[in-house]
Ligand binder design. Structure first.
Ligand SMILES: Cc1ncc(COP(=O)(O)O)c(C=O)c1O
Length: 351
């Protein structure tokens, strides 16, 4: 990995913390010192990544990412471990593979899994002082892949830029007692045969209007329905959804319309270990009305309980708090991610 000549926060060998009020961290963007960048041109493999100071990038106004949305993002978190101060990453190869799948769908070239994971690790190490103290949050990494050459006719780019930048973020759970969702009936997030199952940048801005309108009415976010029939729940704008009835945990199947969340996959495995029956299936919206618990999963939200779902002006409420299954799953997951619970699954990568 090449490195710029800027001061290196690692160079004095003494770990310092950045000047951040760690107790006030939310999920807003805090720029950090370095980002990692690499390029590939004309069908060649990606170059070696270079750490450069975090800054604005230069991009042709005619680049395919700006003109046609030929871009993909990923999101993952690095945690500072309590006992030895080492850094833990959660299942980074899964993010790399998901980006590869997305690149295939969007006719983009992507870095190899090794290049992706290495770029993430280098970005973390170069921004070590921005990793929150244990228990205060995580360093959020945002790998981004974009078509960066100029193309006027609708075609794929011939040059791709991959970069990884970082921002410290706080714990989502402390924000409140649960999400209040409203079922969105007018706008849809994904269409069959579309890009709902990849992290394409084009999937996100169309959800802002619906989520913004919901927030203006006091809801936390929207729950999208399938666009074909409007009968089945799919997911929230940035996370997957689960419901619990008795011993059965159900979540919408990965049918091409929802993002196959890495947290979702991990929670399915942990729930099975705890003895719950897990069903991945089409879930009619009426099915959630009498659920005992509903919760959302994702890198940003972790496992967050849903306190209520409102559908056509009817509000359905669910159990939240420390006695719930979602809390048990939250504790198990965050324990593994932060290293306070032994990782018997080999999910964490120590840096
Ligand atoms: C639309 C959407 N669904 C679900 C998720 C959860 O995925 P993961 O658990 O991999 O973060 C995300 C976040 O990446 C998302 O953007």
């Amino acid at each position: 990995m090449q490195k710029s000549t800027e001061p290196d926060p690692r160079s004095d060998g003494v770990e310092k913390y950045a000047d951040v009020n760690w107790d006030e961290l939310g999920f807003s963007f805090t720029p950090t010192d370095f980002m990692c960048m690499m390029r590939c041109c004309g069908g060649e493999n990606f170059s070696q990544g270079a750490l450069v100071p975090f800054r604005n990038i230069e991009l042709s106004p005619c680049s395919t990412v700006l003109q046609y949305g030929q871009g993909l993002i990923e999101g993952l978190k690095a945690y500072r471990k309590e006992d030895d101060g080492s850094i833990l990453l959660f299942r980074p190869e899964e993010n790399a593979l998901r980006m590869k799948m997305g690149a295939e769908r969007m006719c983009m070239q992507s870095p190899s899994v090794e290049q992706f994971v290495d770029a993430v690790k280098q970005t973390i190490l170069a921004n070590k002082r921005w990793i929150p103290p244990p228990g205060k949050g995580a360093l959020y990494l945002r790998p981004t892949l974009m078509g960066s050459s100029s193309v006027l006719g609708l075609r794929a780019a011939t040059e791709y830029t991959f970069l990884v930048f970082a921002s410290p973020v706080g714990n989502y759970q402390k924000a409140g007692t649960g999400l209040n969702l409203v079922v969105e009936e007018k706008f849809h997030r994904a269409i069959p045969g579309g890009t709902g199952d990849i992290k394409a940048v084009v999937n996100y801005s169309p959800t802002i209007k619906a989520a913004g309108a919901a927030r203006a009415k006091g809801f936390s976010d929207v729950l999208f329905l399938d666009s074909l029939t409007g009968k089945y729940i799919e997911e929230v704008s940035g996370c997957n959804i689960f419901m619990l009835k008795g011993n059965i945990l159900s979540t919408p199947a990965t049918n091409g319309n929802i993002l196959p969340g890495i947290t979702r996959k991990s929670i399915i495995e942990l729930a099975k270990d705890f003895g719950y029956q897990v069903e991945e299936r089409d879930i009619p919206v009426e099915d959630v009305f009498d659920a005992n618990e509903v919760f959302c999963t994702g890198t940003a939200v972790g496992v967050t309980p849903v306190a209520s779902i409102t559908y056509q002006d009817k509000r359905f409420e669910y159990r939240t708090g420390e006695e719930t299954v979602s809390f048990k799953l939250h504790v198990a997951l965050t324990g593994i991610q932060s290293g306070s619970i032994e990782d018997k699954k080999g999910w964490t990568v120590k840096i």
